[in-house]
Design a protein around this ligand. Structure first.
Ligand code: DX5
Ligand code: ZN
Length: 229
């Protein structure tokens, strides 16, 4: 029976930007499996966040052992994947809605020995990534559970069937969820088949990040895959 451990990566968009490295270290020490880094260009989404220099600084500060999970919400991820890989990304996730050659960009990311992920906005159906899942050209599928651009939004439960559909195509594919993930929504996504929890506000703003992560991990582990037929 398929069972992979639940992975939790805090989204640093909700970290203290004035003390970013220290707050990222706090997350790692609290038990994070890696850090989710949101890259926004003000065009693909209506917000700006950070560039490759910040990722390089985090890599330098945190050392090689911390997984940096880089989510490109930019119009041309084909032009920006390489700078983020150079900066130290371990996973690069691009959007299926990007106006570029998505399969070629995924190939180029993998050619650099970096995990390549595909992301779907809430309004994009699972079918949009079906071929990529089936032909083995990706390492992860990220289902957005909010409209991307800002932290602190409410989880969209209507995304759950999409997670289940992708899980039904591939028992082993790592499926991540991003947006409004907390100790209540995370286990619901796990029950549909999600195994990687990306959570900003719920973790960085918790009174006790370590306890919050442990609670999320336990609830998810109990329910991971339990709603599969
Ligand atoms: C949204 C970003 C998310 C965001 C999640 O566009 O991709 O990673 O930081 O933040 P919370 O967990 O606060 O919804
Ligand atoms: Zn994200």
């Amino acid at each position: 029976m398929r069972k992979t451990p639940i992975t939790i990566m805090p989204s640093i968009l909700a970290a203290d930007m004035g003390a970013l490295a220290a707050d990222c270290r706090r997350a790692v020490e609290a038990g994070a499996d890696g850090l989710h880094v949101d890259i926004m260009d003000g065009h693909f989404v209506p917000n700006l966040s950070m560039g490759p220099a910040v990722v390089a600084a985090l890599r330098n500060h945190l050392g090689a052992g911390v997984h940096l999970h880089v989510h490109l919400m930019v119009v041309r991820p084909d032009q920006y994947a390489d700078p983020f890989i150079d900066a130290g990304a371990d996973t690069v996730l691009i959007h299926i809605e990007s106006p570029c050659d998505v399969p070629d960009t995924l190939r180029r990311i993998r050619a650099r020995k970096v995990r390549a992920g595909i992301t779907l906005n809430p309004d994009t159906p699972a079918d949009a990534v079906r071929d990529l899942v089936r032909d083995g050209s990706i390492d992860e599928v990220l289902c957005m559970t909010v409209h991307p651009g800002f932290g602190g939004q409410s989880f969209m439960p209507e995304i759950l069937p999409k997670i289940g559909a992708i899980r039904a195509w591939d028992e082993a594919m790592p499926i991540s969820v991003d947006g409004g993930i907390d100790r209540d929504s995370a286990p619901r996504t796990a029950a549909s088949g999600a195994s990687i929890m990306l959570a900003g506000t719920a973790l960085f703003r918790a009174d006790n990040m370590s306890a919050e992560m442990a609670a999320m991990r336990k609830e998810c582990a109990d329910r991971y895959g339990t709603d599969l037929p």
